[in-house]
Design a protein around this ligand. Structure first.
Ligand code: GAL
Length: 415
């Protein structure tokens, strides 16, 4: 009798354990778009951390900067009933998914988050008073990256105004260097355009892109924005169409390109190529934007699994790990961002990250800390998409800036 009970118990254990004889670990499926050199290094830290905790990581990495392809894949997965355990989502989309009732709350993992996170980001990861997303880090968008050897070669200095910028671009061109390394994809076009909007002042950016104020959108200042963008375009090389952002960064790393407008994930590429801030490259606030800070905060949301309303142990562990001090530090060192947690020591970070932290804090005080439209932090995908179409069409045609402004004002009304 005793013997047969033992064998029943063993058989049951084997059933649970599956064919490998070990208890099956919870599988965590994760959808994200971090596929460049620096990005993959950063997400691997999380994967390794979760593996050490005994979870099996199933990676859904969907290439495509800024995540447009990833968002399409995500919708397909959710509609077909295969929602991932976690997905990279940000801005108003977090609330949209929460309203649809697809997400789980992760309050249990978020016990000390509020005290250590910038208030605006803390509220953006909640829905209905509950935490539904875990924030990784803060990326600054309004950067200009400059190859230091190129800069020294032409005897230039980081430009703080548009006239200085164009003067430097002319020097680069005369020296046979592509002045502006750019990838002609809609979100990269938006990065430049949005940064030029910001150069008209934080108030102008707020009225134009946060409030979508028609008077500001149609102002002579907005015409100037389009004129400036049109002029910047004349400093791209011929091969810019469709180029991925990290290939444009590679041009600045090698020195074939002098400058790039890009968020500080570009720094992840410099770091991955063993290049050092201030020695090999310079990070400067884009012309006219030193007192402002456009940001995007990467976050993961957590989808209900197998129709259960509660988070799984793996989801709770993932959320907790993302917001742990050690992970936050290592992730941002690879990614080029700054930790979203304010209590992470900054001594291991370079001068760009330290400047980013200082400017983040200063602009939170001054009102210059602004969500990025280009990176889905601001308007609904419909409105942001309509504006993106206008900007991208403008950058790929010889449209009159006044016509660009007229179309922009109409796009801002698309809801
Ligand atoms: C952004 C994201 C960054 C970076 C970038 C390029 O949307 O916030 O983390 O990955 O896309 O892929």
């Amino acid at each position: 009798m005793k013997r047969s009970l033992t064998s029943v118990a063993t058989a049951a254990a084997l059933l649970i354990a599956g064919t490998h004889g070990v208890l099956a670990a919870e599988q965590i499926s994760v959808l994200h778009w971090w596929t460049s050199g620096g990005e993959s290094k950063a997400i691997r830290v999380l994967k390794d951390d979760m593996s050490k905790q005994g979870y099996e990581w199933k990676d859904f990495a969907i290439a495509g900067g800024a995540g447009a392809a990833a968002m399409t894949a995500l919708k397909t997965q959710v509609i077909s009933g295969n929602a991932p355990s976690a997905a990279q989502i940000k801005g108003p989309l977090i609330q949209d998914w929460a309203e649809q009732g697809s997400l789980v709350t992760i309050d249990q993992s978020a016990t000390d988050w509020k005290a250590h996170t910038p208030a605006r980001i803390d509220s953006s990861v909640k829905a209905g008073g509950h935490y539904v997303a875990a924030p990784f880090s803060v990326h600054r968008i309004n950067w200009l990256w400059i190859n230091k050897a190129d800069l020294d070669k032409v005897g230039g200095k980081p430009p703080t105004t548009w006239p200085e910028f164009f003067a430097l671009a002319d020097k680069f061109r005369a020296a046979g260097i592509t002045p502006v390394a750019h990838g002609g994809q809609p979100w990269q076009d938006m990065t430049i355009w949005e940064t030029v909007v910001l150069s008209q002042g934080a108030d102008f950016y707020r009225k134009a892109l946060v409030d979508l104020d028609q008077k500001t959108l149609t102002s002579p200042q907005m015409v100037q924005v389009f004129e400036t963008v049109q002029k910047i375009r004349t400093y791209f090389d011929k091969g810019y169409h469709g180029r991925d952002w990290n290939l444009a960064t590679a041009m600045v790393i090698s020195g074939s390109g002098g400058m790039q407008f890009m968020g500080d994930w570009a720094k992840g590429e410099f770091a991955n190529a063993n290049k050092k801030a201030d020695v090999d490259y310079i990070c400067a606030a884009a012309p006219g934007t030193s007192n402002a800070y456009t940001y995007t905060a990467d976050t993961f949301v957590f989808y209900q699994q197998n129709g259960k309303k509660d988070a799984t142990p793996g989801q709770l562990a993932l959320a907790k790990t993302i917001m742990s001090v050690d992970f936050q530090q290592q992730f941002s060192l690879y990614k080029g961002s700054i930790p979203v947690r304010l209590d992470v020591p900054m001594d291991k970070f370079d001068s760009c990250a330290k400047k980013s932290r200082a400017d983040e804090q200063a602009t939170i005080q001054s009102g210059g800390f602004l969500p990025s439209l280009a990176f889905g932090e601001l308007q609904s995908p419909v409105t942001a998409g309509a504006i993106t179409d206008v900007v991208t069409n403008f950058m790929n045609s010889n449209e009159d800036p006044k016509e660009g402004v007229r179309k922009l004002a109409a796009a801002a009304k698309v809801k």
